[in-house]
Design a protein. Structure first.
Length: 113
């Protein structure tokens, strides 16, 4: 069983930045971030497989950057130029080589003046 521990959420003003981190307790193949805003469906924000292309939602391209440190089994999401529409609970998701999927507990990101 792999556990994911997220950190880095909080309250920020529009135009500000936050950096989310997600550390996995075991070896992970694919990692990514999803988010869910009140009254909206969960959506993929960014995904970074162990190999292959990084994917971003159109709404966050250019503003967000996903990266990973394989030695630490950690994925990061650097969020710049934040907008009120980015307000949501952000969840880390990971998949291991056997295809098992794991989710973090979620971290709240609030963008408000």
């Amino acid at each position: 069983q792999v556990q994911l521990v997220e950190s880095g959420g909080g309250l920020v003003q529009p135009g500000g930045s936050l950096r989310l981190s997600c550390s996995a307790s075991g070896s992970i193949l694919h990692m990514g971030w999803h988010r869910q805003a009140p009254g909206k469906e969960c959506e993929l924000v960014a995904a970074i497989p162990s190999g292959g292309s990084i994917n971003y939602a159109d709404s966050v391209k250019v503003r967000f950057t996903i990266s990973r440190d394989n030695r630490k089994n950690t994925v990061y999401l650097q969020m710049d130029s934040l907008k009120p529409g980015d307000t949501a609970v952000y969840y880390c998701k990971a998949r291991n080589i056997c295809g098992h999927e794991y989710w973090g507990q979620g971290t709240q990101v609030t963008v408000s003046s």
